[in-house]
Design a protein around this ligand. Structure first.
Ligand code: 6PG
Length: 233
């Protein structure tokens, strides 16, 4: 657990940790696979990375993936791809061959999930072992698009599932727990007092909320919290 005074300080802490992790990993392998989180919390991180970490990170060797996506066109205001494109990808001018968005342009989202699984299989050659997965958490304890009580929480074979959110856009694509838990590292980024009670339930009571089920088998798990989100622990 890392607790920062403010959300901006949290973004800087994550950016520094990411830069260190990328540098270490690229000494051992040719590419770094990074899963981006959606929602609002990571915007500050992405903007900071684009603004101040252009040199500190070898972006030419970083491949970007998504932990989940709303099943809307990539130029839709609710698209996680659009948010990450605007805050990180366009400012850093990351080339298309390094970007692996979840497809949302086929009629059937189940086909899209299969297509993304194929993309992961092609990139990893087997079960995806992402070097770092960034995740957020909703006040209900969901993470990525794995919502409380969802059947997708029991998925043990598929790497990408179709989820249903309680809010629009309801149809989602999401990485499943087997993939999240195979990662070399998972960073949760959670800010705001509205999540403090859920953070407490997840971290202090092991309540089986989706976010509590993300326990990398061999990887590092770090909860990056601002003081407000850590208010209950
Ligand atoms: C999404 C995210 C979702 C998000 C949480 C927290 O597509 O919305 O993947 O899991 O991380 O809902 O969202 P905020 O950061 O906006 O609070």
């Amino acid at each position: 657990m890392r607790i920062a005074e403010t959300a901006d300080e949290l973004a800087r802490g994550v950016a520094d940790a990411l830069a260190k992790r990328v540098a270490q990993t690229l000494q051992q392998q040719r590419a770094f696979s990074l899963v981006l989180a959606g929602g609002n919390t990571p915007r500050a991180l992405y903007r900071l990375l684009a603004k101040e970490y252009r040199q500190q990170i070898d972006w030419g060797r970083v491949h970007l993936f998504w932990g989940d996506e709303r099943y809307v066109p990539h130029d839709h205001p609710a698209s996680n791809f659009r948010m990450t494109y605007e805050t990180l990808i366009a400012p850093l001018n990351i080339p298309p061959e390094k970007i692996h968005p979840m497809p949302t342009d086929v009629t059937n989202p189940y086909d899209a999930a299969c297509l993304y699984e194929q993309e992961l299989r092609t990139f990893f050659g087997g079960i995806p072992r992402f070097d770092l997965v960034l995740l957020g958490m909703g006040a209900d304890g969901h993470t990525a698009s794995l919502f409380p009580g969802a059947a997708t929480l029991k998925e043990r074979e598929r790497w990408v599932a179709v989820g249903e959110a309680p809010v629009e856009p309801r149809v989602r694509l999401t990485l499943t727990l087997p993939v999240l838990n195979a990662a070399q590292a998972v960073y949760f980024l959670v800010t705001g007092a509205d999540k403090a009670e859920t953070v407490r339930r997840v971290l202090m009571e092991d309540t089986p909320l989706p976010a509590a089920l993300v326990l990398p088998e061999q990887g590092e798990l770090v909860w990056w919290l601002d003081k407000e989100a850590a208010g209950g622990i």
